[in-house]
Design a protein around this ligand. Structure first.
Ligand code: OAD
Length: 236
């Protein structure tokens, strides 16, 4: 069914980083079962209690820094290199804010929900690398204002890079979703766009996602096994 795709669109979610020790959101014991996203991941929450929100993301940043990429991250990086050497392209779109794809060897990662390891100044808009905690009094390296926030997308904000993502979807000849519950839009709608174009779609997840019915094919199990095995089947 899959043949030899040349333009692969891969969408990843928290399940791909789960075996690296980073919690998912909606599984039992997941982040959003323990913390209220409306108090931690919205612009209104940040305005109401910036220290609480910064502290939450400082903890997540520390956890992400301490984590190591797993076999799924590494297999995706290798597959992108192999496909590129054959004149194709693997577009890696992630909802994850960690940097495990990059540290797993992926040269090009599109973070539609932003990046934990970056800060954005709410005064001048400058985005800067940030691997350490962000504290309320920290000055922006560009304008000096004490107005930094994590450069992540909160509920009620627009995901990033949507034009690039839609362009990649429009030229893809295979759509793969890995480790995502398919419950947050617009990412959850991408399988529908892929199907409307008539390209094969496959889900790699621990168990059937919320939109499992939308996929042509699926492989269920831990991402560290299903992702390398699926790519190997494609010769990547
Ligand atoms: P979720 O927590 O909603 O879903 C994670 C999915 O990964 C679930 O379907 C799990 O079954 C699956 N999973 C868990 N462990 C796995 C493993 N070892 N291997 C494979 N799959 C596994 O996470 P996302 O779909 O990424 O947004 O959530 C999407 C967005 O919702 C996030 O980017 C975040 C969140 O609110 C924002 O913060 C804006």
């Amino acid at each position: 069914m899959l043949g030899q795709p040349r333009q692969i669109f891969v969408l990843t979610g928290a399940g791909v980083s789960a075996e690296s020790g980073l919690g998912t959101f909606r599984d039992r014991g997941g982040l959003w079962s323990r913390f209220d996203p409306m108090r931690l991941a919205t612009p209104e929450a940040f305005a109401a209690d910036p220290d609480l929100v910064l502290d939450f993301y400082n903890h997540r940043r520390r956890d992400a820094r301490a984590a190591e990429p797993n076999a799924a991250h590494r297999a995706l990086a290798r597959a992108a290199d192999t496909l590129a050497a054959r004149g194709g392209h693997l577009f890696l779109c992630t909802q994850n804010v960690d940097d495990l794809h990059e540290r797993g060897g992926s040269a090009e990662v599109v973070h539609m929900h932003g990046e934990l390891m970056k800060a954005r100044c709410t005064a001048c808009g400058t985005v800067s690398e940030r691997r350490e905690d962000i504290l309320r009094a920290d000055p922006c390296p560009h304008c000096g204002a004490a107005a930094l926030r994590p450069d992540v997308v909160w509920f009620g904000e627009m995901p990033k890079h949507l034009d690039r993502i839609e362009a990649a979807l429009a030229r893809a000849d295979l759509f793969v979703a890995a480790g995502t519950s398919g419950s947050v839009y617009p990412a959850a709608g991408y399988v529908g766009l892929a199907r409307a174009r008539g390209i094969p779609t496959c889900e790699l997840n621990l168990d059937p996602s919320d939109n499992a019915d939308a996929f042509d094919a699926a492989s269920y199990g831990p991402a560290s096994e299903t992702v390398p095995a699926f790519l190997a089947e494609l010769g990547l």
